[in-house]
Design a protein around this ligand. Sequence first.
Ligand code: ADP
Length: 220
Amino acid sequence: MTSGVRLVVLGRQGAGKGTQCVRLSRHYVVPHISTGDMLRAAVKAETELGRKASELMSAGDLVPDDIMVGIVEERLGDDDTTHRGYILDGFPRTVTQADALAQITAARPLDLVVDLDVPVDIVLARLASRRVCVDCGSNYSLEAPPRYGWSCDNCGGEVIQRQDDTPAAIKHRLDEYEHKTAPLIEWYSDRDMLEVVDGQGKLDEVTQRVVASIESRRSA
Ligand code: ADP
């Protein structure tokens, strides 16, 4: 069996993080921890967290650091992550979150942080055409819709445009990314934990690039 991994994937909205993280979690047989998916589940279940996060998310604003750190700390304490590792998608998103993650993972440090690099003009086009399954989160687009109407190929759920994929919210999320998340690239690079991977090309090629960068780190 392949070894596990403790990985953070950074990248602009629409860079393909979610899709690649699902593939990587199958490859390494570790859970895919997406803070966006966790928050969307909380909104759907109308929990207290969901009520707090809902408006912020629709506007493309970040959920406060202390809430996010709490959620991730709890999840990383679960047995499935402590044994083989995890793929972290959507966290950290600020330097405060990265500092907190360094403390949370002090006993079992990250193997690597991957920046999935896709230029802004390409992600803008991808986000405008993106459609997602409300139940399982599978991704589609206007160019690659589900086989039958707007029902998910994987679970039959309804496939819709995300509430925060409106032009105004997309612009705001990308601005937030440049201001608050992009500084993490330098932060991790300074600590020699970062690999930049070209996120353009076929899905398989991108996955292979990420796997190759993880393996070359390990054998270094
Ligand atoms: P995207 O990367 O396309 O914005 P995500 O699904 O990763 O989509 O996140 C959706 C929303 O959830 C974000 O716009 C933000 O409101 C909230 N969110 C997710 N992760 C975090 C985080 N680590 N810190 C703050 N807010 C977060």
